[in-house]
Design a protein around this ligand. Structure first.
Ligand code: FNR
Length: 187
């Protein structure tokens, strides 16, 4: 079976981001047929329609192309003020433009991590709403919310919580099947 290339997008830029640790964890726990490549978007400018009209900034064009080439996209993000972090929303906005926008028909999985008790649950539904408009195929279940996330990784960034490891493993296995199902539907 050929490798499924999964592009990872993390909603946090912080070096010590728990969500980045969780995204890397997903890369370790995903089936052997899948390979995670994380896209960096730090240099994507704030969306401006005049800049778009003059031509896509190279950083945006690069992320856009990587989304297009990927077999699936995995988004792991914190919740900011009950919703999508502005930087991540900005990347979604930039890459959503044009008749050839790369999200259409793309299998997407998402999960969240937060030091709080609900694991960033509220942002997931805002993100699903945006991804619906982008015409993606978002994996519905299993949902993953990593609550009290600071207690689930050790100082070296390893996930020490068996429950979390199982939830992420199960979602990645479901994502592999989902990518296959979407491909069949499109064939
Ligand atoms: C937060 N945080 C937060 N947490 C949460 O569970 N619900 C929320 O609505 C918010 N809102 C929020 C807004 C802003 C602007 C910041 C900076 C933070 C806390 C957040 O979950 C925490 O900082 C995480 O550690 C951020 O994720 P990373 O950077 O560790 O991946």
């Amino acid at each position: 079976m050929s490798t499924l290339d999964v592009l990872g997008l993390c909603g946090s830029l912080r070096k010590a981001s728990i969500n980045r640790l969780a995204l890397k964890l997903a890369g370790e726990l995903m089936p052997a047929t899948m390979k995670l490549d994380i896209a960096e978007w730090r240099d994507v400018p704030v969306f401006d329609g005049d800049v778009l009209a003059a031509g896509l900034p190279p950083t945006v064009a690069s992320v856009r192309e990587r989304i297009r080439r990927a077999d699936g996209v995995l988004i792991v993000t914190p919740e900011y003020n009950f919703s999508i972090p502005g930087g991540l929303k900005n990347v979604l906005d930039w890459t959503s433009r044009g008749d050839d926008q790369p999200w259409a028909g793309k299998p997407v999985a998402l999960f969240t991590a937060s030091p709080g008790p609900v694991g960033g649950a509220r942002v997931q539904y805002d993100l699903r709403k945006v991804l619906l408009f982008l015409n993606t195929h978002v994996l519905a279940k299993p949902e993953v919310f990593i609550s009290m996330a600071g207690t689930k990784f050790d100082a070296e960034g390893r996930c020490t919580d068996e429950g979390t490891r199982k939830f992420v493993t199960d979602q990645m296995a479901a994502f592999e099947r989902w990518i296959g199902a979407v491909a069949k539907m499109k064939a």
